[in-house]
Design a binder for this molecule. Structure first.
Ligand code: NAD
Length: 284
């Protein structure tokens, strides 16, 4: 079986075209949309991601500030910064980078992000709104998986989707979004007894565990669609996904590449949410 590559590049480009036009309209109306990235680490992967977000913002006409609190920042200092930015009328959108300083859990600080500016949907309030089926910002990676599937014309209603990973920023919100699309969802995780049995009966498998090669041909039934969310650094320094592409190719009907699949769509959706937050605040 030929395995189609479920690329995210064209979809990301289409989203970006729309976002840029909306950003220009906001700028012409008075002020460019403004995203603030709050960093409290000295992690190279985070620095790389912050840099790529800044470049994306710049290309789309979104102003982007980085506030670096350092890797030893206290929970109180992070919360104070988030609260201050939440009250700042010039800040439309806030993103808190991970990892956080040792001993600080995301929930401990993310609740200080104002819901109207929480463009990556990470605060407990945003996650609760999603679980209740109410309007709010949704974690961009989870939203990117659904948009990528829909873009490639893959139906979700009535389909069995196995999501591998149960984190608050990917697996759980993705399961909620899929349920809202009438999919039947199985959430697998590190304590799932027989992973291959759970994923092997699914029409769609989404790998979001952060484990190189976790999903191989034996985990996927013939003709399934496979979305690889993983972004892991391989021994040679390249970025690889959670799917062993060689063994899945030829068996699956479609596979999203890493890089070039979920990643560009995630960034595009984040930037779109920044513009949406700015539009909402201007209309208030
Ligand atoms: P996480 O470490 O918070 O969660 C990983 C999840 O995988 C956990 O729920 C765990 O139970 C599950 N898991 C771990 N080992 C497993 C195993 N052997 N079998 C089954 N389940 C297992 O990670 P995260 O923040 O949710 O990110 C997951 C992956 O997605 C990472 O590779 C991350 O880099 C990537 N990611 C990509 C994007 C993107 O835009 N492409 C965005 C965010 C995260």
């Amino acid at each position: 079986m030929d395995t189609v590559s479920l690329s995210g590049k064209e979809l990301a480009a289409a989203i970006n075209t729309d976002t840029k036009a909306r950003a220009i309209a906001l700028t012409e109306g008075g002020a460019a949309p403004r995203l603030v990235l709050v960093v409290a680490n000295d992690d190279p992967a985070s620095a790389w991601y912050v840099n790529s977000l800044r470049k994306s913002a710049e290309r789309l006409g979104i102003a982007c500030d980085t506030v670096d609190l350092g890797p030893d920042a206290s929970s109180a200092a992070i919360r104070a910064e988030l609260t201050e930015r939440g009250a700042d009328p010039d800040t439309d959108a806030i993103m808190l980078q991970t990892p956080l300083p040792a001993g600080i859990a995301l929930d401990e600080v993310s609740s200080a992000i104002a819901a109207a500016k929480d463009v990556d949907g990470v605060s407990p309030l945003s996650l609760g709104l999603l679980a209740a089926g109410l309007d709010g910002f949704v974690p961009a990676t989870a939203a990117a998986v659904v948009e990528l599937l829909e873009y490639h014309g893959i139906p979700l209603a009535g389909r069995h989707v196995a999501v591998v990973g149960r984190s608050n920023i990917v697996g759980k919100p993705l399961a909620q979004l899929l349920l809202a699309k009438d999919a039947t969802v199985t959430i697998c995780h590190s304590r799932t007894a027989d992973l291959a049995a759970s994923t092997g009966s699914a029409d769609i498998v989404v790998a979001a565990a952060g484990r190189i090669g976790l999903i191989s041909g034996e985990h996927v039934r013939k003709g399934a669609m496979v979305i690889d969310v993983g972004t892991n650094e391989a021994a040679d320094g390249t970025i690889v996904g959670d799917v062993d592409a060689d063994s899945v190719r030829g068996k699956a009907a479609g596979l999203s590449p890493v890089p070039g699949g979920v990643g560009p769509v995630t960034t595009a959706l984040l930037m779109r949410q920044v513009v949406t937050a700015a539009e909402n605040s201007r209309s208030n």
